[in-house]
Structure formats: C-alpha cells, structure tokens
Design a protein around this ligand. Structure first.
Ligand SMILES: [Zn+2]
Length: 256
C-alpha cells in the first residue's frame, strides 16, 4: 500500500513539474493584433475618399499620412497608398492616400472649377476650412486627435538650385515643440543615400498659408510637415524617398 502511494505521489509530482514547465515554456500569447478600419471622408458627395485607420491596440502617437492633395504628384499618392499595410507596434496610423480623389483620377493639380485644395485650410485660429473636401479632412484631423502629420507632395525641381522657385526635394515643417530634431533626422537619413549635393533634401520651415500642414501645425499644435520629391527622378526613386521618410518618422516614434 505504501509503495503504491509513493508511486502516486511521484506521478503527481511529475505531473506538477510538467505543468510548471509547460507554463514557463509556453509560447506567449500574441500581442493584441492590430486592426484596420476604413472610413469614407466626405461620404455621399463627389469628393468621397477612403481613409484607413490602423490601430496597434497599444497606446502611442497618432500619425496621419496624407497623399493626393495634388492629383498630379503620383509619388505622393502611391507612396501613401502603400503605407496602408504598415504593421505598427504602438499608437495609431491614419492614411488618407487620395485626399483629392477626383484630381488624382485625372492627374491634375486640382479638379477644374475648384481651387487648390492645399490653400483651403484655415488661415486663422478660429477660421474654417473652405469647401466640402477640406472641411471633411480638417474635421478628421481634429476628430482623431492627430499628433504627427506628413503630407506627401512633389515639386518639379531641386530646392537647392538657386535658379528655381520650386521647393521640390525638401521637407517643410511647422516648428512646434521639439520637432526640429525629428525632421532633421529624416532629412539626414535621406541625404545619406544621395551623392550629388544639389539633389539633397533641404530642411525648410513654414509650409505655405492655407495648406493642411501649416494649419495643422499653427492652429492645432500638430507636428506636421510637407515632404516633396523632385519629379526629375524616376518614379521608383521618388517612391523610395517618400516611403523612407514616412518609415523614418514611424521608427523615430518607436512605432515600427
Ligand atoms: Zn503638391
């Protein structure tokens, strides 16, 4: 009888040990999976355009990436579209790839009969955005409490060429908080891939009045910038720069 109870005790001990080991060695449960939600801005109007919200499920910054404010700047709206599938480990990523969808579909800066979307945003603290589309975008920026905003654009020349009035190949930011170090590191990173001096990205301040980036920075305190690639390069080079800039921003925020 005694032998039997020893055996049982031994068996129970082994069982307990196996349980403890399996608990320790068990593969940890996956972190809360990220989710993607699609919302339609300016729904029910001719301006209706998709916006994607990628939530990591963990607290962190809200970053908004916008493309297609100007419909004839393909690196902007294609690169923004590619950001939809970004896996993030914290915070929220909001992507509005084709802000001015009608202009993108026609490859024009803005749709005829309508003004330049990048002049339709508030130019005073309590001012309103102008027009259905700008109002919808402005409302979304406020609704989702955006912390960082990158607006992807293109220019026809290199910013460093004295003869040019284009601000192309540049990062133009609105100075707020400690944002300069973040945008400097984006420019520094990109320029490390460029060997020709005049093709380097310039770091400039103050996006033009009426632009989404300017209004977001000046009136909502959002750390925002316009990123411009020069259309004299191949589309794949420009896409590469746009995506690298966006990913450098997300990396700096520990979201990748
Ligand atoms: Zn533009």
């Amino acid at each position: 009888m005694k032998r039997v109870s020893t055996k049982i005790r031994c068996f129970m001990s082994l069982l307990l040990l196996a349980f403890i080991l399996s608990t320790i060695l068990a593969v940890p449960l996956p972190a809360q999976a990220s989710s993607q939600e699609k919302v339609v801005l300016a729904k029910g109007t001719v301006y209706a355009t998709n916006m994607y919200i990628i939530r990591s499920g963990k607290p962190g910054p809200v970053v908004m990436i916008v493309g297609g404010v100007h419909g004839n700047e393909p690196a902007g709206y294609i690169a923004a579209g590619r950001m939809i599938n970004t896996e993030i480990k914290k915070g929220t990523l909001i992507v509005l790839p084709r802000a001015n969808k009608r202009a993108v579909e026609r490859s024009v800066r803005y749709y005829k009969g309508h003004g330049d979307l990048n002049r339709d945003f508030p130019t005073s603290k309590y001012g309103a955005a102008d027009g259905t589309l700008a109002r919808a975008i402005w409302a979304a920026v406020k609704k989702y409490d955006v912390d960082y905003l990158m607006d992807m654009h293109e220019g026809y020349n290199y910013a460093k060429l004295q003869s040019s009035s284009s601000v192309g190949q540049s990062l133009i930011y609105y100075p707020t908080g400690y944002f300069r170090s973040t945008v400097s590191s984006i420019v520094y990173k990109l320029n490390s891939y460029i060997s020709t001096n005049y093709k380097e990205f310039s770091l400039l301040r103050y996006p033009t009045r009426g632009s989404l980036s300017r209004a977001a920075g000046q009136y909502l305190g959002i750390k925002s910038f316009i990123f411009e690639t020069c259309t004299k390069q191949t589309l794949s080079t420009r896409l590469n720069y746009q995506q690298k800039a966006a990913k450098t921003l997300l990396s700096k925020l520990n979201m990748l």
